[in-house]
Design a protein around this ligand. Structure first.
Ligand code: FES
Length: 209
């Protein structure tokens, strides 16, 4: 739907009525400053202007540095948005990795179509599982691999983190290693055979998400 531009009208303040003194009113005439006083005032104005310009020049990198340090505070939170990724029919028991793209904000600009994260999707029976691809331990990228099941001695697919050798089963459950929790699951919605995943980031290194 096209948006009709509203004409913006800035009310203009009526000109102030000229103040005309009554005939009997005494008019106070201000004495001009002495040359010394005028020179002192000019020097003060120059010094103030120079100080202001200097503060601005220093302030730009300073502000940028502070923003960089506090960037997690200011960064756009990646949460609460569902992304359509594939169809139900396209999924199998083998996990498939998907990348999520969206606009991203850095210190200076908003960049369109940037990779903001990735996740694994798989289907087991009717159940669709979405798992964040970053390791909950310290945020390394999790990969898929094959391991020998210690009980059955059979080869099976699993997830592993190459950074500190954490292993997870295909449901994201911890098998071994230093990760403080299972892989982070993400909310899944199915609409008209399309799979949508709510992508969000979580804290690393804690038992709770
Ligand atoms: S970052 Fe994955 S195990 Fe340490």
């Amino acid at each position: 739907m096209s948006k009709k531009n509203k004409e913006s009208v800035n009310p203009v303040a009526p000109a102030e009525a000229a103040s005309v003194p009554d005939a009997g009113t005494k008019i106070k005439v201000k004495k001009p400053d002495s040359p010394e006083k005028s020179a002192a005032r000019r020097n003060f104005m120059k010094t103030s202007a120079a100080a202001g310009i200097g503060a601005c020049a220093l302030g730009t990198p300073l502000c940028a540095a502070v923003q960089m340090i506090l960037s997690p505070v200011f960064a756009e939170k990646v949460s609460g948005k569902f992304y359509p990724l594939t169809t139900v029919d396209a999924l199998t028991e083998h996990p498939v990795k998907f990348s999520i793209s969206d606009q991203k904000k850095d210190a200076w600009a908003t960049l369109p179509d940037q990779k903001i994260g990735s996740l694994f999707l798989r289907k087991s029976g009717d159940k669709i599982t979405a798992l964040h691809a970053l390791c909950p331990h310290a945020g390394c990228m999790i990969q898929t691999g094959i391991r020998t099941n210690p009980q059955t001695k059979e080869q099976e697919e699993m997830f592993y983190c190459p950074c500190h050798a954490a292993h997870f089963d295909l449901d994201g459950k911890r098998l071994d290693g230093v990760s403080p929790r299972d892989m982070d699951s993400l909310e899944v919605n199915v609409e008209n055979n399309h799979v949508l995943v709510k992508f969000e980031n979580f804290t690393f290194g804690t038992a709770a998400k």
